[in-house]
Design a protein around this ligand. Structure first.
Ligand SMILES: Nc1nc2c(c(=O)[nH]1)N[C@H]1C(S)=C(S)[C@@H](COP(=O)(O)OP(=O)(O)OC[C@H]3O[C@@H](n4cnc5c(=O)[nH]c(N)nc54)[C@H](O)[C@@H]3O)O[C@H]1N2
Ligand SMILES: Nc1nc2c(c(=O)[nH]1)N[C@H]1C(S)=C(S)[C@@H](COP(=O)(O)OP(=O)(O)OC[C@H]3O[C@@H](n4cnc5c(=O)[nH]c(N)nc54)[C@H](O)[C@@H]3O)O[C@H]1N2
Ligand code: SF4
Ligand SMILES: [Mo]
Length: 685
């Protein structure tokens, strides 16, 4: 028997931020979850893992009570304690650490386990009020953002719903069938209604490439070459829109001269994509007005990632595609929202002189090797919310060494006893989105969404918001928002941002905040750069000091972890369909569907290594090695291997996962993480 169906919003770290309808069986139990049909982006579709969310929210392993560690770090030996004691212990440890080393020794650490602004970004309130170390939250979007703003100036683009009106859709470096399924709804419409041609650019035949009309099987880290060669063809064959560029782009003549030698043959040698395919795709792109490029994250997760993104983002300006309905490009729509987060984050209390630590370099930070931490106190106390760095951060060897330090106190606020939680001194049980209210700015579509709680919190779970307020006050800090409940903080935040208040937004569910004027949708009044023109020449040094000296025009920037005789393979650790980073690795259905940690290897490479289907193989580099099982797969170049991720470390034979091999190197110009830029050796195990 169903009680009713209640609206909500998917909080997971996914550009789709689906509008949901949750079946409620009683005040503490849900049934199925469906996508809201009335939302014209979600359009009634959600991924399978969230449709069966009852499996996650009512999981027998959900944390219900605060825990105190009684065994060694990393073990599962904990005892239950009361909330009061737990908070006293955390506050006591933070106060003690501060007395010894100063406030910057405490490092609140978070990411996007929930994308709700109150429960994700509220940790910055604690940080700002107490003067704790800041965090460069760069593990995911920074590399894409750098490349996108280098050309266009802001994170804006063509409305994603216009994909349905396109005649050519290129999904570049993303796998939406697995990672943001709603893209496929709009692609399907364009194919059905207009016979649109759908292309996927990816190092391997992903489920999205499988569903496409054409797969461009690129060598990882070489998209800059493919995009440059496509633009070479556009200029050469009269498909460059010179009138458009004269009005809307900088450095047009210099770009044309720069592209002269960057022929499809040149790009084939770098990317492994046949010159004939690059020619044909460029011709099709040049001849199609309604050509839509949907930019994924994957091809940015490389040392040259921002340069790759910039090169691809230049294409619609060379072709003049932005002018046409269904034409242009999109990565994310962040630039359209105007949410004032000052109350959530207590930005009035931010001291800009406080040091900023690089979250992607949590390994080197915790081992004391990172340059920033070398200049100040070590990190000796942490509160972690919304992320599982022991499994997801690069360079797991250093991450583990850091977390196992005896002089590091860690509190983890979680829904499950993740591998990070197992390294905590105190573990605190957290609510899920079904048990708290929040506000979301979707990345992949222009809707501001708000929801209230659907069911009561189980056990003694508390929301991030509540925990942060209680801890801040216990530490002697204070801020007006520390005395607001979620609804009050949401209401005040919405109103000061110029949106309707909380109650009205819960009722309305979402607000379409995309540009309404045709001219704004088409960038007909110019791009959001100082000159109003798109920048073909990126000024990388203006975005960050490490950008100095890097070619500004679209090119192959050869700064990747190159394959060598010792490490002949390039490894991509792309997302697994049934997991979301490490979320859902606890659910039985997802685990069953994913099987076991697997490396996809071209059959010719496997034959040379004497590796058979299903065999144990060892992958390694200077950072260590891991054992996986081989899957022979011809949808990948011979020199590339694919490991779908992120499995818990414990799922691997030797107890450490794939990020043992990925590097914590900081890519230019703004930093970030380079998960798909790793050279490895492969051997029969
Ligand atoms: N099921 C599922 N959904 C997810 C996630 C998940 O783990 N699982 N993660 C969520 C998160 S946090 C994010 S940020 C998004 C990310 O979603 P996506 O935009 O899909 O980005 P990536 O996860 O980085 O990788 C996508 C694809 O990029 C490809 N790729 C890697 N290197 C290159 C390259 O050099 N060139 C090209 N052309 N392609 C390359 C990979 O093979 C992969 O297929 O998905 C979200 N959704
Ligand atoms: N090898 C490899 N590694 C990768 C990637 C890759 O492609 N390959 N992708 C990278 C990317 S793009 C990203 S974004 C990162 C993401 O990595 P993480 O941010 O660590 O993502 P998850 O592993 O899903 O962990 C999120 C955690 O937040 C918890 N959580 C969810 N909601 C709440 C809440 O309301 N309160 C609290 N307290 N906790 C909550 C969940 O239980 C979960 O354990 O991983 C990165 N790591
Ligand atoms: S597609 Fe993404 S946003 Fe939609 S339900 Fe699945 S994880 Fe959530
Ligand atoms: Mo991400």
């Amino acid at each position: 028997m169903l009680l009713d169906t209640v609206p909500s919003v998917c909080p997971h770290d996914c550009p789709s931020a689906c509008a949901l309808e949750v079946e409620r069986i009683d005040r503490s139990t849900i049934g199925r979850i469906r996508g809201a049909a009335a939302n014209d982006y979600t359009a009634g579709v959600i991924c399978a893992k969230v449709a069966r969310y009852a499996e996650r929210v009512h999981h027998p392993d959900r944390l219900m009570k605060p825990l105190l560690r009684t065994g060694p770090k990393g073990s599962t030996q904990f005892k239950e304690i009361a909330w009061d004691e737990a908070l006293d212990r955390v506050a006591g440890a933070f106060a003690e650490a501060t007395a010894k080393h100063g406030a910057e020794t405490v490092w609140p650490y978070y990411f996007a386990g929930t994308m709700g602004l109150v429960n994700r970004d509220g940790i910055n309130r604690l940080r700002n009020v107490m003067g704790y170390s800041r965090q460069d939250a760069n593990i995911c979007t920074t590399v894409v953002r750098a490349g996108w703003i280098a050309g266009m100036g802001d994170v804006k683009g063509t409305d994603p719903r216009e994909m349905a009106k396109a005649d050519l859709i290129i999904m570049w470096g993303g796998n939406p069938v697995s990672t943001q399924v709603n893209v496929m709804t709009h692609v399907a419409r364009a194919r059905k209604e207009r016979g649109a041609h759908f292309v996927v650019v990816d190092p391997y035949r992903t489920p999205s490439a499988e569903a496409a009309d054409e797969h461009v099987m690129v060598r990882p880290g070489t998209d800059g070459a493919v995009a440059a060669a496509m633009m070479h063809v556009l200029f050469r064959d009269g498909h460059a829109d010179r009138a458009y560029m004269a009005r809307f782009a900088e450095n047009v003549a210099e770009l044309e001269a720069h592209l002269k030698p960057r022929t499809p043959q040149w790009a084939e040698a770098i990317s492994g994509v046949p010159a004939a395919q690059i020619e044909a795709l460029a011709k099709r792109y040049g001849e199609t007005q309604r050509a839509y490029i949907r930019v994924g994250y994957g091809f940015a997760r490389s040392r040259n990632g921002p340069m790759q993104v910039h090169a691809v983002a230049c294409l619609p300006t060379v072709g003049g595609k932005w002018q046409y309905e269904g034409g242009g490009a999109l990565w994310k729509v962040d630039g359209y929202y105007k949410v004032d987060k000052s109350l959530i984050e207590a930005t009035d209390r931010l001291d800009p002189s406080t040091r900023v630590l690089d979250m992607s370099r949590i390994g080197p930070v915790l081992t004391g090797e990172d340059a920033v931490v070398c200049q100040g106190p070590p990190v000796t106390a942490m509160l972690i919310q919304n992320t599982n760095p022991v499994a997801v951060a690069p360079d797991t060897g250093r991450v583990l060494k850091g977390f196992n330090r005896d002089d590091l106190f860690v509190a983890v606020h979680e829904q499950f006893l993740t591998e990070t939680a197992r390294h905590a001194d105190v573990v605190l049980p957290a609510t899920t989105f079904l048990e708290h209210a929040d506000l979301y700015t979707a990345g992949g579509h222009p809707h501001l969404e708000v929801h209230d709680a659907v069911i009561d919190a189980p056990g003694e779970c508390r929301s991030n918001h509540r925990l942060l307020n209680e801890l801040t006050l216990k530490l002697g800090g204070d801020h007006p928002s520390c005395h607001m409940n979620e609804a009050e903080l949401l209401d005040a935040t919405l109103r000061r941002s110029g949106y309707p208040g909380f109650a009205e937004m819960v009722e309305r569910r979402w607000l379409d905040i995309g540009p309404k004027e045709e001219a704004d949708r088409r960038f007909a009044n110019g791009f959001p750069t100082p000159s109003g023109k798109f920048r073909f020449r990126a000024d990388w040094s203006a975005l960050g000091p490490s950008g100095a000296g890097i070619e500004g025009f679209p090119d192959h920037v050869d700064i990747v972890d190159r394959a060598t005789g010792d490490k002949p393979f390039r490894m991509v650790t792309a997302p697994a369909r049934n997991y979301l980073n490490t979320s859902f690795t606890e659910t039985a259905t997802s685990k069953k569907r994913e099987g076991r940690p697997t490396v996809m290897l071209h059959p010719d490479a496997a034959a040379e290594l004497d590796v058979e289907e299903g065999a144990r193989v060892r992958l390694g580099n200077g950072q260590g090695s891991v054992v996986l099982h081989a899957r022979l797969f011809d949808g990948v170049q011979k020199g590339t291997v694919i490991v779908e991720s992120v499995w818990p470390n414990a799922a691997f034979e030797e107890g450490v996962g794939i990020n043992l091999l990925t590097s914590a190197d900081s890519p230019p110009p703004m930093g970030g993480a380079v998960f798909h830029d790793t050279a490895v050796w492969v051997r029969k195990a």
